[in-house]
Design a protein around this ligand. Sequence first.
Ligand SMILES: Cc1ncc(COP(=O)(O)O)c(C=O)c1O
Length: 382
Amino acid sequence: MRTVYFDYNATTPLDPQVRAAMLPFLNEVWGNPSSVHHVGRRARAILDDARDRTAKVLGCRPSEVVFTSGGTESANLAILGTARLLKAKGRHIITSQVEHHAVLHCCKYLAKKEGFDLTCLPVDRDGLVAVESLEKAIRPDTILVSVMAANNEIGTIQPVAELGAVCRARGVLFHTDAVQWFGKEPFQDIRQFNADLVSICAHKVYGPKGAGALFMASPLLPDPILFGGGHENERRAGTENLAGIIGFVETLELFVRKPVFARDKLQPLTDRLIHLLNGLDGVYFTGSRKHRLINTVSFLVAGSDSIALLASLDMEGICASSGSACSVGSLEPSHVIRALGTQPDLANSLIRFSLGRDSTLAEVEYVESVLPRVVSRVQRSQ
Ligand SMILES: Cc1ncc(COP(=O)(O)O)c(C=O)c1O
């Protein structure tokens, strides 16, 4: 059976060049960067160099980069760390209803267990946060705003620079979860987000899993969430994953300034998928047609549910997703779909196609030949 992998927002394969760059750090360079002897010092020099390289791509100071285990940890450090640091100043946090759980669950935890007050900004039918709604929501006791750069389920790109500018003008810290954004939209400089904190990870951009970084604008120093040694300048305890860090840096250098998810290649393919959806009865494109990640096409299917659709697509060799990986296997509609105001009878039927750099026209044509049949088969069986 042929495999058509249209789930690159879940993860990407490791690029061979990135893998080759990592290999020495799984073999001969195995020292602990904290050791004082020459084996450790060699690892330390490479770690320092990796931080300099990261800072160069991001356009920031090396001291503003904290290496983490990926997007989840970066977002946790940004939110828990800043909220705890600033709690004497205020206890109000703002986020949006469509954040990834890495952000949303941190904010809800703070509200439930640590006495913070949480506002979740609504979105419109396209999944966009309105800048005015943020302006209205900021209060004198607001200490942190977190809004994602691009949504993993529907691909909607938020007006992050404008949201960040509002926060800056009001003296409120701004975090953006840019995990899905990097490698898909053109990047010049980390300051383009107008954010004090930016979460990034490698595995969505042909890098290794378990590697990422949090940019924190100097002199901001969130409270640590991992305790132990004084690694990462007292900001993230734990012996550094040098191979992962090298993989992350390579990924940034290779795939971010000029996005590896190339618009000129992917736009015709996803446009074609959208055209296909437009022609199917009871199938509705979901998200923003104008502000969308170029690789992502999500849709709802009347009279069916995601689990049955995904299983049927899988039987035809097509790997898709119902949006967020964790909602697979559950019949709960995703919080993102609910936030869009989708009719309840449609809310359980999200399918996301997310294409990658190796996606081809032949794969799209295959989906064109299979999807109508899958949709009507599932609709009939429900
Ligand atoms: C928007 C977003 N934020 C955070 C994460 C979590 O990143 P990681 O898998 O590196 O922990 C993901 C991964 O699906 C994501 O899509």
